[in-house]
Design a protein around this ligand. Structure first.
Ligand code: ZN
Length: 170
């Protein structure tokens, strides 16, 4: 914000003068400078770039299109409190394996808006665990590219990690 007083009142010869409608010379609030008409900034220029797969990735089971049978199975599991220890999701690329895994991760770790909730098929999206998983920074949720990490050492790494309890998740 620049002081445009002198430009607005060139006859003042540089002397500071209170704005007619402003709070005065020592007013605490700056007089509102008429904002120059700004061209509308497109969202793409301000928002950090996200690849399409992440931008449009479903974040709830409701948004998951075309996997009704699997969603129903998972919903029943959560409703009964009998969630399996492991899930194997198969299919060609794009059917929602990774998306499902991420929703399951949130569903298992969600603590609800009040922090008192438990595993649920409808993760809240606002609790610390949900936010951390959505932002790819949850310490206990590891996303591995199974297409490239196929070696024995990769599996050893997983086995090694299973010796430790979760840091933040439940
Ligand atoms: Zn949550």
């Amino acid at each position: 914000m620049s002081d445009t007083t002198d430009e607005q009142f060139p006859h003042d010869e540089g002397l500071p003068s209170p704005e007619p409608e402003g709070p005065g010379l020592f007013g605490e609030a700056e007089p509102p400078v008429p904002a120059a008409p700004q061209p509308p900034v497109p969202d793409a220029a301000t928002a950090p770039y996200r690849v399409l797969a992440r931008k449009y990735r479903p974040t709830t089971f409701e948004d998951l299109i075309g996997q009704e049978a699997m969603v129903r199975t998972l919903r029943n599991a959560f409703a009964l409190g009998r969630v399996a220890h492991a899930f194997m999701l198969t299919g060609v690329r794009g059917v929602g394996k990774t998306t499902t895994a991420r929703i399951i991760a949130r569903a298992l770790n969600c603590t609800g808006p009040d922090g008192q909730g438990g595993p649920t098929a409808d993760p809240c999206g606002v609790c610390p665990n949900c936010i951390a998983i959505l932002n790819d920074r949850h310490p206990d949720v590891l996303e591995m590219d199974a297409a490239s990490r196929t070696g024995v050492d990769d599996v050893r790494e997983i086995i090694e990690a299973t010796r430790f309890r979760p840091m933040q998740g439940g």
